[in-house]
Design a protein around this ligand. Structure first.
Ligand SMILES: Cc1cc2nc3c(=O)[nH]c(=O)nc-3n(C[C@H](O)[C@H](O)[C@H](O)COP(=O)(O)OP(=O)(O)OC[C@H]3O[C@@H](n4cnc5c(N)ncnc54)[C@H](O)[C@@H]3O)c2cc1C
Length: 478
């Protein structure tokens, strides 16, 4: 019987996993996960992502064990590790899901060529996106630069139906050396991420449970609630999607299956809005493939010479949620506590860093890379470049979010602010968005000593806005 290595990467699931499925149909399955040198370097500071990966791997291991397969853990150079396993097992083929991060694309090309020259069959599958990000080009055969056109194009394409979990797989029946999971270098030494267990259940079962819960309660409110941080109307699937705990094709088809003429109009518009977000994820990968420098380089060149001027101290106050603007601070505290924050609040805190503090989006993006459980190189770069105005289909730079108006609009009663800033919890709603406007006795009654228990604003909004526009004017026509 043929022996086939299934090299798991960002597809840590057994449902709709074409590499696993194909291998299971042909012979003996040898599941392997390699924490490669490049990833170890790239994720060096990403404690939140590594926490997720570790627990998602454990869940995958358990899932595979129910099918009599054991997951082999390796750490080091991916090609060398694969060649060693091939030597140890006499495997004849390696199957894996494609990855699109620039460093992985190059590495995988080298591995593919080398394995083929060693007489090994190599097959890779598109499994973590709805469409291959290379295939969709516009009429001029160029990448799409505008989301709406990309969205319309995707609506003409067919999304493949998800594959079932393979039944009756055959595992390799002899010992293959494997590291223990605690030898993979994924365990955090500072225990900061340990508390994430309170908020998240990584792995395939956790993802499916989350998705089912969202379909029952959340999805119908998505279109009206997705921007309201206290509405509990978003899927929270992003970390599961980042590591492939769940198949995006499965999500797509089950959401689309609910969308029909029988369903109430509000439900259909919610489903459409949700599917549209999944297409933003596709658009992010489409951009990453065609503009691989996007994670750290502005796509609009004039932003290369932007006169950033924020200080280290201001950056630290932003990281710690001590800017004196409650909505911004609530978002940054939630990020530190849970490893995530809602999309609307990501836009608010990112805009504040870039435009109110004039600190480069690259710094903010690095901080998100360190702290987000759902850190995703394509989505993160797209998000930051969108807010900065340096992306190809981005918010214009001169559109500067007013953190007070955003707060009044999306957290009208201050529920979100009170949850993450307990020091402001007793402040009347009238002042919750601008504590500095409360009178001394009102602050005292709420137990606030402004400047001590909660900071005064780090910058004045109007001055910051004029300063940002002046800075932008310097690069606008470059
Ligand atoms: C500055 C900034 C940084 C971001 N960094 C990341 C990141 O590192 N990883 C990440 O997954 N998302 C990132 N996003 C996008 C978005 O904020 C998150 O995907 C979303 O908040 C995740 O919550 P959810 O799963 O409940 O999303 P839902 O609203 O339920 O959406 C469903 C799925 O669609 C995708 N999606 C939703 N919104 C977007 C979007 N704007 N762009 C791309 N895909 C989207 C996600 O995969 C998400 O899980 C960033 C956005 C901004 C503004």
């Amino acid at each position: 019987m043929r022996k086939i290595i299934v090299w798991f990467r960002k597809d840590l699931r057994i449902h709709d996993n074409p590499a696993l499925w194909e291998a299971s149909q042909q012979g003996v399955v040898i599941p392997v996960f390699i924490w490669s040198e490049e990833e170890e370097k790239e994720y060096q500071t990403s404690e939140a992502s590594k926490w997720w990966l570790l627990h998602s791997l454990l869940a995958l291991q358990q899932n595979l064990e129910t099918k009599d397969l054991s997951l082999i853990y390796r750490r080091g150079n991916s090609l060398e590790e694969l060649l060693t396993i091939i030597e140890q097992t006499h495997a004849e083929a390696v199957y894996f899901s494609e990855r699109y991060e620039p460093s992985c694309v190059m590495r995988d090309d080298v591995i593919r060529t080398s394995l083929i020259s060693n007489g090994i069959e190599v097959r890779s599958f598109q499994s973590n996106l709805l469409f291959s990000p290379r295939d969709l080009l516009n009429k001029k055969n160029e990448p799409y630069k505008v989301f709406t056109s990309f969205w319309k194009r995707t609506m003409q394409e067919t999304v493949l139906r998800p594959l079932r979990v393979p039944e009756d797989m055959i595992g390799y029946d002899q010992h293959i050396p494997s590291l223990r999971i605690d030898e993979m270098g994924l365990l955090s030494t500072n225990h900061w991420a340990d508390k994430f267990h309170v908020y998240w259940v990584p792995g395939e079962k956790g993802a499916i449970a989350r998705w089912e819960e969202f379909m029952e309660d959340g999805l119908s409110r998505y279109v009206t609630g997705r921007d309201i941080p206290s509405a509990d109307a978003v899927s929270l699937l992003s970390p599961h999607l980042a590591w492939g705990d769940i198949s995006v094709r499965a999500i797509w088809h089950s959401a689309k299956g609910l969308n029909d003429t029988e369903t109430a109009a509000y439900m259909n518009s919610s489903i459409d809005a949700f599917l549209r977000q999944l297409i933003w994820r596709e658009f992010a990968y489409h951009q990453l493939i065609h503009f691989p420098k996007m994670p750290y380089t502005p796509l609009r060149e004039q932003f290369n010479v932007f006169p950033w001027q924020g200080t280290d101290e201001e950056f630290i106050r932003w990281q710690k949620g001590l800017t004196g603007y409650p909505l911004v601070d609530a978002g940054m505290r939630e990020l530190w506590e849970t490893g995530s924050l809602p999309n609307r609040i990501r836009m608010v805190v990112a805009s504040f860093l870039i435009k109110h503090l004039l600190i480069s989006w690259v710094e903010g993006s690095r901080w998100f890379q360190e702290t987000l459980v759902d850190f995703d190189v394509a989505n993160n770069a797209l998000g930051w470049q969108w807010v900065a105005g340096s992306g190809i289909d981005a918010a214009p730079y001169f559109r500067i979010f007013n953190p007070i108006i955003q707060s009044r609009k999306f957290d009208a009663e201050g529920e979100y602010i009170r949850k993450w800033l307990p020091e402001l919890s007793k402040l009347p709603t009238k002042y919750i968005h601008e504590p500095w406007k409360a009178r001394e006795e009102e602050l005292l009654a709420a137990g606030i000593d402004l400047g001590k228990t909660y900071p005064r604003p780090i910058v004045d909004h109007s001055l910051a806005r004029s300063r940002a526009l002046e800075a932008f004017a310097k690069v606008k026509n470059k």
